[in-house]
Design a protein. Structure first.
Lengths: 264, 153
C-alpha cells in the first residue's frame, strides 16, 4: 500500500512542479537560480552559487543511505544496528530541515536593493514581490537612485561596505555623493522579478520540507517501536521497510525539486 | 524469513542478499549518485559562468546543458527507485503497476510546458505591453518610470 500512496504523492508533486514549469515557460524573463541561491551560512556577502544547496542534497542522499542500512539490519533482525542507523537517518533529516530553515530565513528577510516603481527599496523574497528581476543600469539606475530616500541609500552603502564612514556619517553626507558611490560600485541592482517565483519556491520546497518533517516523525516512531521490542516480538521488521520507502521517496522528490529550482 | 509471507500478505519479494554483496551494492550506488550530483553541479556552475560572461550565452548551448541536467536527474531517480527502494527486486507485474501510471507524466509534462510557451508566444504577438515590459534586453528609459500595477502578472 505504501507504494500506491507514493504513486499518488508523486502525482501531487508532479502537478506542482509542472504548474511551476508552465508559468515559467509563459514568461519572457525568469530569475537565474545561481543569482538567487548564492549565500552560505557565516560567509557574509560572499558569492557562492549552488554551494549551500549541494550540502543539503548530499545530506539527504546520505540519510537515504543510512535508511537503506537500517532496512537491511531489519532483515537480519539486528535490533542494535536498526536503532543506530535510524538515529543517523533522523539526524540527517533534522540537519536538512535546519538548512532549509536557514535558507528560507535568509531569502525572506534578505535586504536587496531593488528598483520598485522608480525608486530603490530594500526587499527580500516574499510571495508577492522578489528582487530577482533584470539588472538596472545606466540612466535608469541613476534616476532610480536619485528618487530614493537618503536613509535607504546610506543603508545600501554601509551594507555593501562601499565607504569607511559609519551609517550616521553617511546620513549626514550629500545625497549626490551616496548616489555616486552606488552608481560607481559593482553591486547589482535589479528590478522586481516575476511575482510567481516566490509562491512556487516557498510552496514546493515547503511541501517537500513538510514531507521531510513527517518522515522524521515516522522514523522517530519506528525508533521507539524498535526500542520497545515491538518488531522483535512480531518476528519481522516490515514497518521499517515501509518507513524506508517513504524516506527514499522524500529523497527522490528532492532530486526533482533540486533540478527544477536550483539547476535549470 | 521463510514464514514472513504467511505473516504478511504484503510481501511481494524475498531478500536473500548476502551482507557483503549488499554493502558493495549500496556503496556503489552511493558513489554513482554522488558523482551524478557533482556533474550536475558542475553543469549548473557552467551555466552560471556562461551567463556571467561579457556576451550573452548561446541559447541552444544553455538549453543543451539544461537538457543534460534533466537526463542526469532521471538517471538519479532510476538508481534511487530501483536500488534504494528496491523496486528492481520486486515482482515484474508489480513493477509494471507502479511504472505504468508514471508514463502519464510524459503527456503531462509535454502538454503543460507547451501550453505555457504557447501562452507566451500569443502574448508576445498580440500584447505589445507584455512584450515591451518583460522582454529581456528591451529595457528602455521609460521602464524606470512607475508602471503600476498592470505590468504585474
Amino acid at each position: 500500500m505504501m507504494w500506491f500512496f507514493l504513486v499518488s504523492d508523486a502525482f501531487t508533486f508532479g502537478g506542482f512542479l509542472i504548474s511551476y514549469g508552465t508559468v515559467r515557460f509563459s514568461q519572457n524573463y525568469w530569475p537565474d537560480p545561481s543569482v538567487v541561491f548564492n549565500a552560505f551560512p557565516f560567509a557574509g556577502h560572499a558569492n557562492l552559487p549552488l554551494a549551500f544547496v549541494s550540502v543539503m542534497t548530499f545530506v539527504l542522499i546520505l540519510s537515504s543511505v543510512t535508511m537503506v542500512l537500517a532496512v537491511h539490519a531489519g532483515h537480519n533482525r539486528n535490533q542494535k544496528e536498526v536503532e543506530k542507523w535510524l538515529i543517523w537517518t533522523i539526524i540527517g533529516g533534522l540537519f536538512f530541515l535546519g538548512c532549509q530553515a536557514w535558507e528560507w530565513n535568509h531569502l525572506y528577510f534578505g535586504e536587496h536593493p531593488t528598483v520598485v516603481s522608480g525608486h530603490i527599496e530594500l526587499i527580500g523574497q516574499a510571495t508577492n514581490i522578489n528582487p530577482w528581476g533584470e539588472l538596472v543600469q545606466g540612466k535608469a539606475l541613476t534616476d532610480a537612485l536619485n528618487n530614493t530616500s537618503i536613509n535607504t541609500l546610506a543603508s545600501v552603502v554601509s551594507e555593501n561596505h562601499l565607504s569607511d564612514m559609519s551609517h550616521a556619517q553617511l546620513l549626514a553626507s550629500q545625497k549626490s555623493e551616496l548616489v555616486n558611490m552606488i552608481a560607481n560600485s559593482n553591486i547589482h541592482i535589479r528590478e522586481t522579478g516575476p511575482v510567481a517565483f516566490g509562491g512556487f519556491f516557498f510552496g514546493i520546497t515547503g511541501f517537500h520540507g513538510f514531507h521531510v518533517f513527517s518522515g522524521i516523525i515516522i522514523n522517530i516512531i519506528m525508533l521507539l517501536m524498535t526500542r520497545a521490542n515491538v518488531f522483535e516480538r512480531r518476528g519481522h521488521y516490515l514497518m521499517i521497510e515501509k518507513a524506508g520507502l517513504y524516506w527514499h521517496f522524500v529523497d527522490l522528490v528532492w532530486v526533482f525539486v533540486f533540478m527544477a529550482f536550483y539547476l535549470v | 524469513m521463510e514464514q514472513a509471507s504467511v505473516i504478511s500478505p504484503e510481501i511481494t519479494f524475498e531478500h536473500h542478499q548476502e551482507t557483503s554483496s549488499f554493502k558493495k551494492r549500496v556503496i556503489k550506488t552511493t558513489i554513482i549518485l554522488s558523482i551524478i550530483t557533482l556533474i550536475e553541479l558542475a553543469l549548473g556552475f557552467t551555466i552560471y559562468l556562461l551567463h556571467k560572461g561579457a556576451t550573452p550565452p548561446s541559447y541552444s548551448l544553455v538549453l543543451f546543458l539544461k537538457g543534460v541536467i534533466c537526463i542526469l536527474t532521471m538517471l538519479k531517480a532510476y538508481y534511487i527507485v530501483s536500488v534504494f527502494m528496491h523496486l528492481g527486486d520486486e515482482l515484474k507485474r508489480f513493477i509494471v503497476a507502479i511504472i505504468l501510471p508514471m508514463l502519464l507524466f510524459v503527456w503531462f509534462i509535454i502538454a503543460f510546458l507547451w501550453d505555457g510557451s504557447s501562452y507566451r508566444n500569443l502574448n508576445n504577438t498580440y500584447n505589445k505591453y507584455f512584450y515591451e515590459t518583460t522582454m529581456p534586453g528591451k529595457q528602455t528609459i521609460e521602464k524606470a518610470v512607475p508602471l503600476e500595477p498592470a505590468g504585474k502578472q
